[in-house]
Each structure stands twice: as C-alpha cells, then as structure tokens.
Ligand binder design. Structure first.
Ligand code: ZN
Length: 190
C-alpha cells in the first residue's frame, strides 16, 4: 500500500517529462488513492503540477475529482484551465457517468475565458455533447461575434451537430486507456 504522502510526491513528478510515464502508471495502480492524490494536485502551488494533475484526471476520475475540477475552471493559469475544461467534459476518455451538468460551465468558459485556447477547448467539448438546443443557440450567437478562425471552425462544426439532432459518433473511443499518457487528440486540436 503506497502512503498518501508518497502519492503526493508521485503527483509532483508529473511535471518532469522523463518521470511522467512512471508517475502516471504509479497513480493508475493506486486506484482511488491515485485519483485522490491527483485531485489534491489541483491545489498545488506549482501550476505545472496543477496542469498535469488535471490532465491525469481526464482518463482517471471519480465524482469527487470531477467536482473539484469545477473550481479549477477558474485557475489563474490558462494551461491549467484548458486541461480542466477538457477533463471535466471529455467523454471519449471516460468510462463512468459524469454527475456534473457540464454544458453551462463550458458555455461560460467559451464566452468569458480570456485565453483563446481555453475558449476553443470549451467550444470543441460543447460540439461533442449530445444534441442540445441550448448549445445550438449559444454557438449561433458565438459565430456572430467570434473573430478567431479556429474557434469559428469548431463552432460551425458543433452547430451542424446540434442543429441536426444527431449525436456525434466517433472512433475516438479507441483512445480510452490506450495509454496512461495518451494526450487526448481533442486536446491537441486546440
Ligand atoms: Zn480526453
């Protein structure tokens, strides 16, 4: 049994790219205790620890971790917020139910975040949700005002999905647990 303090040290090693794979595997092996350590990592003073903790939680999370990620949506560092937006919403990387109503949180990020990459991530995640008129309405409004071409592309794609009423079907499920360090393709797209 790995002690909690040891797991907290493992979380700190996530920032070192040479140690990251081993650290992620150790957290994965620890199960809920590993998820709990990564959840604590979201409060770490080093933003890189917060960022990689949020990334770990994309593939390994539970209700408590997802609840805690809501607070990280307001992290002062954009790269931490970007992973929080991704991990709280990305369904291809999850196996369980998400107890959080993510849509209003994503709309707020897509509207208000000062970092364009965070806004793009929020728009991609909105596009991928089940067809929802709230999202279609929001994306139409966004297209009337948004000037960033990449964000507009994601918004147009999302609008087609949400106006059609047909959910986005994808082969992205293959990403699930393909690798403990799989950086989700949806994250790279932004
Ligand atoms: Zn993902």
């Amino acid at each position: 049994m790995v002690l909690e303090t040891e797991l907290n040290q493992v979380v700190e090693r996530l920032v070192d790219k040479d140690a990251r794979v081993a650290a992620m595997k150790a957290l994965e092996r620890a199960g809920d205790a590993g998820i709990s350590a990564a959840t604590d990592g979201l409060s770490h003073p080093d933003w890189q620890v917060r960022r990689w903790s949020a990334a770990f939680l994309d593939h390994h999370s539970n209700a408590a971790a997802l609840q805690r990620l809501v607070l990280t949506l307001d992290d002062p560092k954009a790269k931490v917020r970007q992973w929080a937006v991704h991990s709280i919403a990305c369904e291809p990387c999850k196996t369980g139910e998400n107890p959080i109503d993510v849509t209003p949180l994503l709309i707020k990020r897509a509207k208000e975040d000062k970092a364009v990459r965070v806004r793009r991530t929020a728009v991609i995640q909105l596009a991928l949700r089940m067809p929802d008129r709230r999202i279609a309405r929001f994306l139409r409004g966004l297209l009337a005002t948004e000037s960033d071409e990449k964000t507009r592309r994601f918004a147009r794609w999302g609008l087609r999905i949400h106006e059609s009423g047909r959910p986005w079907r994808t082969g992205l499920q293959f990403l699930r647990r393909r690798s403990v360090i799989a950086t989700c393709i949806l994250h790279r797209a932004t």
